[in-house]
Design a protein around this ligand. Structure first.
Ligand code: FE2
Length: 424
């Protein structure tokens, strides 16, 4: 006797729907038609059913703080960091927790069930670290959270940066973070990168650094990060986030850099919503888009994922934690709307992002956890194009969120037509 059968699920890239059989929170059978008895049935109606969305780069300590204590008028990264610095002394555990929980309810409704969040460890109280560790534990049944010890004000530049980062890891933060381009000098950026990679290797942890989030073509910390990933043996346990300076780098140098990153195994994260908004701010015209070179990274064999980065905080006033919004923006800004490229775009908010987070048990396969999302779409193209309703979100075989179908009724003259925006 199965616990649940989800009927008529159209998996990405497939033509014919299948039924999914679930027992004890796992997918135990997949076939065109399951005849077993079951306690519960859900009809997916031939709609697209995908693994949950994964956000491998987020800032949950700052989320939903928009306007506190003021709005970012210049739209720059640096004004955002300044506003965050003004807000930090007034943060309370209750406010951080309430905002994080509100955000996670949005995430679940959007089908995002795994999130890697950076948490600022340059606040001497480590308040946000304690709160987010608590949130991680409280929400673990519904969402997989990974925390990154992120020295927002610089590991060497901030007071007691190293000690605070170590203390955060001792409390149970999962991943080693960094921000080499924000240290005082290029040399200190290098020094911080080496120290952080050695620390991660010693403790057996992953590394995920904010790296070269600038329009400066000479910001080349990714080169040193790749070198350290190889030297310490960390390899694919290292991720470079943002990497926006690569957009502005000399093309010849990039032909040397890409194979170095590929050889090292370092993975990359691009944050399209935030960096199309923050980059190129000192340019007149033409204005650089400032996103890292995603098609070229992929062609070089480097794993790339998309992150949401921010929702309604000092850096970005928009968003509802919808990874399909990220995919939609990325596809446009990176000029990746080719038929063959949309599969890559979709994988960057699903499977490729899961690879960055090294999630076990990810994907719709027999033996894996029964985590999946039913979308009001018939194809990956429609999913990216429409960012449609997540009709049902399943976690370990339990439906934990529902959104009604979107239909519009158009009345023209004497005619009346119901439409759902799906193609074909
Ligand atoms: Fe970030």
């Amino acid at each position: 006797m199965l616990d649940l059968i989800v009927r008529n699920t159209l998996l990405p890239g497939q033509k014919n729907p299948v039924d999914l059989g679930v027992l004890s929170g796992k997918i135990v059978e997949m076939a065109p038609r399951l005849d077993q008895e079951c306690n519960e049935e859900f009809d997916a109606g031939g709609y697209l059913v995908t693994p949950p969305f994964v956000d491998p780069h987020f800032h949950m300590d700052a989320t939903l703080s928009l306007g506190l204590p003021r709005f970012n008028e210049s739209g720059t990264l640096l004004e955002g960091i300044q506003i965050w610095g003004e807000l930090k002394p007034d943060l309370t555990a209750e406010a951080i927790k309430n905002r994080a929980l509100d955000l996670l309810h949005w995430s679940i409704a959007r089908g995002t069930l795994a999130i890697r969040t950076h948490v600022d460890v340059t606040d001497p109280s480590l308040l946000a670290v304690d709160v987010l560790l608590e949130v991680k534990k409280e929400m673990q049944q519904w969402v997989d959270l990974q925390l990154v010890a992120f020295p927002q004000d610089g590991l060497l530049r901030s007071r007691n940066g190293k000690e605070l980062l170590l203390a955060a890891l001792d409390k149970g933060v999962d991943v080693v973070g960094g921000i080499p381009h924000f240290e005082k000098t290029m040399e200190q950026g290098r020094e911080a990168t080496t120290w952080l990679c050695e620390l991660a290797a010693k403790r057996g942890l992953q590394v995920d650094m904010h790296c070269d989030e600038s329009d400066d073509p000479l910001s080349r910390h990714i080169e040193h990060l790749a070198y350290e990933a190889s030297r310490t043996g960390l390899g694919a346990k290292v991720t470079g986030s943002h990497l926006t300076s690569m957009h502005s780098m000399d093309n010849y140098y990039v032909t040397k850099l890409l194979p170095l990153i590929a050889e090292s195994g370092v993975q990359a994260i691009c944050n399209p919503l935030i960096n199309i908004h923050l980059q190129g701010r000192q340019d007149s015209y033409p204005k650089r888009r400032g996103l890292t070179r995603v098609p070229e990274l992929l062609r070089a064999g480097i794993n790339v994922a998309f992150g949401h980065d921010c929702v309604m905080d000092p850096w970005y006033p928009m968003g509802s934690h919808d990874m399909l919004e990220v995919a939609h923006m990325g596809a446009h800004c990176l000029q990746m709307l080719g038929a063959g490229q949309l599969g890559d775009i979709f994988s960057m908010v699903t499977t490729r992002a899961a690879e960055v987070m090294q999630l076990e048990d990810y994907g719709i396969e027999v033996g894996k956890e029964a985590n999946f999302v039913v979308l009001q779409a018939r194809s990956v193209l429609d999913a990216i194009r429409l960012k449609p309703a997540r009709l049902a979100v399943f976690r370990k075989g339990v439906c934990i969120a529902k959104t009604p179908e979107l239909k519009a009724e158009v009345r023209i003259g004497v005619g009346k037509r119901s439409i759902d925006f799906l193609h074909g």
